[in-house]
Design a protein around this ligand. Sequence first.
Ligand SMILES: [Zn+2]
Length: 300
Amino acid sequence: MPLQIVHHPDYDAGFAVNHRFPMSKYPLLMEALHARGLARPDALNTAEPAPASWLKLAHAADYVDQVISCCVPEKIEREIGFPVGPRVSLRAQLAAGGTVLAARLAMRHGIACNTAGGSHHARRAQGAGFCTFNDVAVAALALLCEDVARNILVVDLDVHQGDGTADILAGDPRVFTFSMHGDRNYPVRKIASDLDIALPDGTGDAAYIERLATILPKLSAGAHWDIVFYNAGVDVHAEDRLGRLALSDDGLRARDDIVISHFRALGIPVCGVIGGGYSTDVPALAARHAILFEVAAGYA
Ligand SMILES: [Zn+2]
């Protein structure tokens, strides 16, 4: 079976090339997947915008309406990091719909990945930190609402702490949130996940993988997860502009492999989302994001 991949050309909201958010990584990631033979016609699935009813499972109704009608207050737009015009609004709805679709495909095929998603700083009340809607929280709550999943695990390995996901899902016994991130990185005020591991600046491959390897069995012990959402942010890479950690390409590959193999060996579906990654060398950044898909394809 080919790895099922969810994408949409409008994941790219067409920002200027010098924007702080490297929007062109989305089309370049698709190019990288084509070059690797992974974006086959029988592997590609087109995302559809998440309906407001799904978005409102995770977010305040007034904020969802503001994003859909492109009337987000300026103060919130500043916290997000860009204005929410029609293309950003559509992109946010598509990315959330894409993660829901990838989750459904993962439950059917064992594993599937979205070529966007991992917008983990979006809180219940509003977006923040380049995140408009929290696609993983939306997808988790949509699956729970439909009763197709009852116990969900979020493994968030983006270098930034998953504060928005923790905010939305705190106190929900059906979802366990795990974030391993750089201690001194954004957000300054972290919101406690069910389990947080904060790493010192400069953490490299060996220390990172060792830490992760000790945690994974604890995450799966005694709990039957119907699905795992895996945020494979590549901003842990040594050459990331924002990351402060020091993983290599091989380290990223080892990280993705240890996570995916652990849960697939237990028969637990894995839904991968790309998470963060920041670099002025966007082709190199897209190649880093492609590692998730290369590794996941080995388990499809
Ligand atoms: Zn990040």
